[in-house]
Design a protein around this ligand. Structure first.
Ligand code: AMP
Ligand code: MG
Length: 462
């Protein structure tokens, strides 16, 4: 494995991480390698790549660490989380710029608490599939570089399961919770070093903590609007899973909606629906308030900063509304204005009333057969006439309304097959999801689940 390593996080104050080599696994076997992504990262792999990406051998130039972070989990403060099952091998410089290369499922670290530091096929293949699908949909996200099977069996509630490691890459792994960790310890040295580092990597133009906060709020509002546009529900938007660079991170019990339910929740642990589809903007704003609080120790005039930071956090709503309106306006092919907003609301209301499939309805709008999905609704004829009269750019709709998404039931079927040693469904679905806006030849991938196939709950799965 050859790459240009430049490990800038590992050069930060030592309390920000622990030095940690991945724990070797019994029998590394490559499951999949994302060669296109390797190329854009400037990484050259040989035949022996699984040995490196399972963590059995450390690439020359890497400097593995486990990062410290804290977080609010479902609103409850947890002062110490950290990389309990992940090791950051280091940062590579390549055509895409500076990228973190991380192994998830790499064994116990100083932050593992009672966990085994491992992962099984389920969460690894899930994250691989969904993060790459998000990327193909044009949504900022961590990426999947490879998955390796460990040859080890790990124990979970379901019983013994085959172990795996995912190699994921990202523009950084800096979370709101990373800032919180040092703010809570009143460690200004680390907090300032983190801010300088995060600015360089995400918002080089932001001179001050205030500008940084403002850029992070804008990026986060955009990201959540993009999630909403594809019916994505993250499921665990805890502050430790909220990235300051506005990218999607930590795919746990996340899911794409089939039928449109505005307050849809899938995660088995989200009993109150805190992270329901329609709550995502509110909770992302809440997370940004935590980031603002964590940045306060770095400001000179605390009282004045509290006022300014509050305004910035409050601007989340307006930025989100603008982005949401822009995204859904494009989805129905009209310029973003009040009349379009009313049409968007009307369409979503019909979909919710009927329980119509979110993805299929927007795709059908592009294909000119929305009546097949919503024709039974009493408001449909009037809505359709108003939409037509507004002069939609129908020819462009297929480029913004996906034909396929990684539906839950397919993900679950793919995992069951993979555990049984059959990766065909993984490869077929992954292949189709590379071009989500093209017509999908496989009807199984482009249709909602049958009643027996519906998945109602998803699990954190580690
Ligand atoms: P999550 O919200 O699932 O991203 O993880 C929350 C925290 O639990 C993080 O600090 C993880 O490192 C830790 N964690 C999750 N699974 C494991 C595991 N199998 N072993 C050790 N730590 C884990
Ligand atoms: Mg996490």
């Amino acid at each position: 494995m050859q790459a240009k390593w430049d490990n800038s996080y590992a050069a930060l104050p030592s309390q920000m991480f622990t030095r940690q080599a991945p724990v070797p696994v019994a029998a590394p076997k490559g499951l999949m390698l994302n060669s296109d992504h390797a190329e854009e990262l400037g990484i050259i792999f040989g035949e022996d790549w699984p040995v490196f990406l399972a963590g059995n051998q450390i690439p020359l130039g890497a400097d593995p660490i486990a990062q410290a972070y804290a977080g609010h989990q479902f609103g409850h403060w947890n002062p110490q989380l950290g990389d309990g099952r992940a090791v950051l091998l280091g940062e590579v410089l390549g055509p895409l710029g500076r990228f973190d290369v991380q192994l998830k499922g790499a064994g116990r670290t100083a932050w593992s608490r009672n966990g085994d530091g491992r992962a099984w096929y389920g969460p690894v293949l899930r994250e691989y599939m969904i993060s790459e699908a998000m990327h193909a949909l044009g949504i900022p996200t961590t990426r999947a570089l490879a998955a390796v099977s460990t040859g080890e069996t790990i124990l979970r509630e379901q019983g013994p399961l085959p172990g795996a490691v995912i190699c994921r890459t990202a523009s950084s792994h800096i979370r709101v919770g990373t800032f919180q960790y040092f703010a809570a310890r009143d460690d200004k040295q680390a907090l300032d070093a983190l801010l300088q580092h995060a600015k360089k990597r995400h918002y080089p133009e932001a001179q001050t903590a205030e500008r940084f906060l403002s850029a992070a709020v804008t990026a986060q509002a955009r990201l959540i609007a993009q999630w909403m546009g594809v019916g994505f529900i993250h499921g665990v938007m805890n502050t430790d899973n909220s990235h300051v660079g506005g990218i999607t991170i930590d795919y746990g019990p996340c899911a794409f909606m089939d039928d449109f339910v505005p307050m849809k929740t899938f995660s088995s642990i989200d009993r109150q629906g805190r992270y329901a589809y329609g709550n995502q903007p509110n909770l992302a704003a809440w997370n940004m308030a935590q980031l603002a609080t964590a940045l306060l120790p770095l400001t000179e005039d605390r009282d004045a900063s509290i006022i300014r930071f509050t305004e910035i956090v409050q601007s989340f709503g307006d930025i989100f509304d603008r982005e949401y309106s822009a995204i859904f306006s494009r989805k129905i092919g009209l310029p973003s204005d009040q009349e379009t907003d009313a049409l968007i609301d009307g369409l979503l209301k019909m979909m919710a009333d009927i329980g119509a499939d979110f993805t299929l309805c927007f795709r059908a709008l592009a294909m000119g057969n929305l009546h097949a999905h919503l024709g039974a609704h009493p408001d449909f004829a009037d809505w359709h006439a108003r939409w037509q009269a507004a002069g939609p750019a129908q020819a462009e709709l297929a480029q913004v309304n996906a034909a396929i998404i990684p539906r839950n039931h397919l993900i679950e079927a793919m995992i069951a097959d993979a555990v049984a040693g059959d990766l065909r469904l993984f490869h077929a679905l992954h292949g189709a999801l590379k071009t989500p806006f093209s017509h999908c030849e496989n009807p199984r991938f482009a249709t909602p689940p049958s009643p027996q196939e519906i998945v109602t709950k998803t699990f954190c799965g580690t």
